[in-house]
Design a protein around this ligand. Structure first.
Ligand SMILES: [Zn+2]
Length: 179
């Protein structure tokens, strides 16, 4: 399945001091640059040292997090996401958001584990299972009259124990191999 989508991770970085004073001062930035935004840039004027120092990501999009975070954490996570091809990024986000993912030594999603487990986006797990049978040649040498009675339901039901299947948000599924 192909879709066009915007996968650029963005964060809305705001000033906590202004926020606490009741002013929403901040803007959207590409998350990969989040840790390079200075407080003067954010306010659009020179800021006295020691004031308005704490910047915080108060909102985000295309980042696999559910809470606010520091600009530094957002930038590190966004740069990690860039290590996979753009078309795979929504799947990577779903993998991380599921909570059932592998972290590397820095607490970031392990891209090598993602690549090892990710089996693609399918209209359903059944579609993946059927393709697997075809690719593996499981029924290749079986006469068609016999193959017709292959128990797809049972095959798919047993196979799914070795996989994690996640909703792709558009009536399809991301399939991950459980190792
Ligand atoms: Zn401020």
């Amino acid at each position: 399945m192909t879709r066009s989508f915007d996968t650029t991770p963005r964060v809305w970085i705001g000033c906590l001091q202004c926020y606490n004073e009741g002013n929403l001062v901040g803007d959207w930035h590409n998350a990969t640059d989040a840790d390079e935004i200075t407080t003067s840039q954010l306010h659009g004027r020179a800021i006295d040292p020691g004031t308005h120092e704490e910047l915080w990501c108060l909102d985000h999009e295309n980042l696999p997090i559910t809470a606010e975070c520091s600009p530094r954490d957002a930038a590190e996570l966004a740069r990690t996401l860039e290590d996979v091809p753009e078309r795979e990024r929504p799947a990577l986000n779903a993998w991380v958001l599921s909570g059932d993912y592998i972290e590397d030594g820095d607490g970031l999603p392990s891209i090598s584990d993602f690549e090892e487990r990710y089996c693609g986006e399918w209209s359903s797990f059944r579609e993946y299972a059927e393709q697997l049978v075809e690719d593996s040649g499981l029924l290749a040498d079986v006469p068609e009259e016999v193959a017709r009675y292959f128990d797809w339901e049972a095959w798919t039901r047993d196979l799914i124990y070795d996989y994690a299947v996640m909703d792709d948000g558009s009536h399809g599924a991301y399939v991950f191999r459980s190792l």
